[in-house]
Design a binder for this molecule. Structure first.
Ligand code: SF4
Length: 308
């Protein structure tokens, strides 16, 4: 069973858009077999009809936002805010993939109309509430996740939290040590300080962690996955993994070139990782092979754009 992913319902699940349409999204289609999907339409679930007049977000001078229907200037802010604040606390999810540019669902992609008639891009009302309530949650929309690097890290975090949910529920002896060992380099790539702190939690917990260990680990894990991605940290984790292999001079040079290209932003994380996967097929290393940062993402995560 994969991670629990909240998806905007109009992305292939119901014709609930303001204009009565339903959209298709390749990434959602690709994720469907790998995730437990929950859908939401914050506008219809809040009681609005389909079709309905389009809405815009207006931001006043002191920063407050209003959702206003374009045709009759009806203010729907209270109705939609109430839905968000009452529904979000009950969500038990590992990530959210929402519809871009929507006044409800957009993630950093929705136009906010300012009093001086200009616009800025920010999030829709529901997406903003979701981010505020679950700051650790992998959250993206189709526009943001078009970027292969952003998509890679969104998926890496989503699937990591999904694995946490399932390891945690199974609770076999030693499950926490096992989880931590297999995520060592993934955590190092995001937040090396927290990776070490989590190691200390695991050491204290032993093979039978109690609720306090589990809570401390979950808190630290979410914090680590929330850390901003920096190329320096990702490279550090990749170089640590590379230390387990003995590549030829030529392979070393090609790998160094890939790392430089990654550092300069011309290729994304998958390019240097591919070198390690290639080395591992010829010099299999059991410890590296179980690292989710290298091998654990499902095929859907590993592929470059376009996703299958
Ligand atoms: S963008 Fe969000 S609110 Fe709009 S139709 Fe899709 S799911 Fe519903």
């Amino acid at each position: 069973m994969g991670p629990r992913l909240l998806v905007s319902r109009c992305l292939g699940f119901a014709p609930c858009r303001y204009d009565g349409r339903q959209l298709q999204c390749e990434l959602v289609d690709a994720l469907r077999p790998h995730c437990e999907i929950l859908t939401i339409c914050p506008e219809v679930d809040a009681g609005l009809q389909t079709p309905r007049p389009p809405m815009n977000i207006h931001r006043c001078a002191h920063g407050a936002i209003q959702l206003i229907q374009a045709t009759d200037q009806r203010d729907l802010t209270a109705q939609l805010s109430e839905f968000a604040t009452t529904s979000i606390p009950g969500l038990d999810i590992d990530g959210a993939f929402l519809k871009a540019k929507s006044p409800s669902c957009g993630v950093d992609s929705t136009p906010h109309h300012l009093p001086d008639t200009t616009t800025v891009r920010d999030s829709g009302l529901f997406a903003s509430h979701l981010r505020q309530y679950f700051p650790w949650l992998p959250l993206g929309d189709e526009v943001g996740l078009e970027d292969p690097e952003t998509r890679h890290h969104f998926l890496a975090r989503l699937f990591c939290l999904g694995r946490w949910r399932h390891s945690h529920q199974e609770e076999l002896p030693g499950w926490l040590e096992h989880f931590h060992r297999r995520h060592k380099y993934l955590l190092m790539a995001y937040d090396p300080k927290r990776q070490k702190e989590l190691g200390a939690v695991v050491a204290a917990a032993g093979r039978h962690p109690d609720a306090s260990h589990i809570n401390a680990y979950e808190y630290g894990l979410r914090g680590a996955l929330q850390a901003p991605v920096t190329r320096g940290r990702v490279i550090n984790a990749i170089q640590h993994m590379a230390g387990y292999f003995q590549p030829s001079k030529q392979e070393k040079e090609a790998f160094a070139t890939a790392l430089r290209a990654y550092q300069s932003g011309t290729v994304h994380t998958e390019v240097p990782l591919e070198h390690l996967r290639d080395w591992n097929t010829r010099q299999p290393n059991a410890y590296i092979e179980e690292q989710h940062f290298l091998m654990g993402l499902s095929a859907v995560c590993r592929n470059d754009s376009p996703l299958p």
